[in-house]
Design a protein around this ligand. Structure first.
Ligand SMILES: C[S@@+](CC[C@H](N)C(=O)[O-])C[C@H]1O[C@@H](n2cnc3c(N)ncnc32)[C@H](O)[C@@H]1O
Length: 283
C-alpha cells in the first residue's frame, strides 16, 4: 500500500493455503459454510466497488500481489478497513484456490449475505416482482436476477428449495446485480399466505397457459410474475394461486423455453410500457 491510504499497515500478507483465514474463505465454496458464516464471495474490483456503494457489508477484501500499487485497489482496501473489514494481500496460488479458477480476478470480496423478509414486501404502484418456484440452476437464477435488474423489477422471491443465490456460480451469473436486486425466500406455504395479501396481478407462466402473454395489460398495477421449476413447471398449488396463467407461443420442436429466457421474455413484456417511457419513468 502506498503512503496516504488508511489501509497502510493493516494489510495482512498471506501466501499459504493452510492459513486459517484462507481456509475459512475457501470453505465458502460450500453452502454449509456459507450458511454457517452467513457470508459469500464476489469476484472483481467493479463488483466490490458497486457492493460498497450500495451499502453491503464487506468482511474481507482479498487482492493479488499484482494489485499492490494499483490506486483503485488501494482505495477499495482503505474503504474495507474503514468499514471494519480485513484486507489480505495474497499470492496468485491462494487467489486461484479461493476462486477455483486458473486466471482469477485481481480482487475478491467476502460479504455478509442479505435477504429481504417476505413480510416486508408490500408491492404498490407499478412494482414488478418475480417469484421462482424451486429454481435449480445457478446460471438460471443469476440470469434472472440480472434481467430483473435490467428491467427495473423490484426483486426476486425464491419459493421452496432452491439453488443458493449466494453461490459463486450464481453471483457470477448475476454480473453484480446480486447487490442491486433484493432477494427473498419462503417455503410454498408462507409464499401462498403472503400472496393472499398481494393487491395486484399474479401472472403465472405455464406451458398450458390459457392466454397469450401479450394479450394482458400489465400496466397500472403491481405484477407478480410466477415462474415454474426447470423440470416440472409450476405445481397445481402455485398455478391455482395465479390470477392468470399465460403461455409464450412457440414454433418448432422445442417443448419449452429455458427458464431464464422465458423470464426475460415475460419481464420485457410486463415492463414494456414503463421502459418505453424511459428510465426516469420506470420506478
Ligand atoms: C423449462 S420450463 C419447464 C418445463 C416443464 N417440463 C413443464 O412441463 O413446465 C421452466 C419454466 O419456464 C416457463 N416457460 C418456459 N417456456 C414457456 C412457455 N412457452 N410459455 C410459458 N412459460 C414457459 C414456465 O414458467 C416453466 O415452468
Amino acid at each position: 500500500m502506498s503512503e496516504g491510504h488508511r489501509a497502510v499497515g493493516q494489510v495482512k500478507e498471506v501466501t499459504s493455503l493452510s492459513n486459517p483465514l484462507v481456509k475459512d474463505i475457501r470453505a465458502l465454496a460450500l453452502k454449509k459454510f456459507r450458511d454457517q458464516q452467513n457470508a459469500f464471495l464476489a469476484e472483481g474490483l467493479k463488483l466490490v466497488i458497486d457492493a460498497l456503494d450500495l451499502g453491503w457489508t464487506i468482511r474481507t477484501l482479498v487482492f493479488a500481489k499484482s494489485g499492490r500499487g494499483n490506486a483503485a485497489v488501494e482505495k477499495v482496501a482503505a474503504r474495507t478497513v474503514a468499514a471494519g473489514g480485513l484486507v489480505l494481500e495474497v499470492s496468485e496460488k491462494v487467489l486461484s484456490a479461493i476462486t477455483r479458477r486458473d486466471n482469477p480476478q485481481m480482487v475478491v470480496g467476502v460479504f455478509s449475505q442479505r435477504y429481504v423478509p417476505l413480510k416486508d414486501i408490500r408491492p404498490s404502484g407499478q412494482d414488478v416482482w418475480v417469484a421462482l418456484d424451486r429454481v435449480r440452476d445457478p446460471g438460471n437464477l443469476g440470469t434472472v436476477i440480472r434481467t430483473a435488474d435490467a428491467v427495473g423489477a423490484k426483486g426476486v422471491i425464491l419459493v421452496g428449495e432452491t439453488t443458493d443465490p449466494f453461490s459463486i456460480e450464481t453471483v457470477r451469473a448475476t454480473m453484480g446485480s446480486i447487490f442491486a436486486v433484493p432477494v427473498a425466500r419462503a417455503n410454498a406455504e408462507a409464499f401462498l399466505q403472503w400472496r393472499k395479501g398481494f393487491a395486484g396481478l399474479v401472472a403465472g407462466t405455464h406451458l398450458k397457459g390459457a392466454v397469450d402473454y401479450r394479450a394482458i395489460d400489465y400496466a397500472g398495477r403491481p405484477v407478480l410474475l410466477l415462474m415454474g421449476n426447470e423440470q416440472q413447471g409450476l405445481p397445481d398449488t402455485l398455478a391455482e394461486a395465479c390470477d392468470r396463467l399465460v403461455r409464450i407461443p412457440q414454433a418448432g420442436r422445442a417443448d419449452s423455453l429455458n427458464l431464464a429466457v422465458a423470464t426475460g421474455v415475460m419481464l420485457f413484456e410486463v415492463r414494456r410500457k414503463a421502459l418505453e417511457l424511459g428510465p426516469e419513468n420506470t420506478a
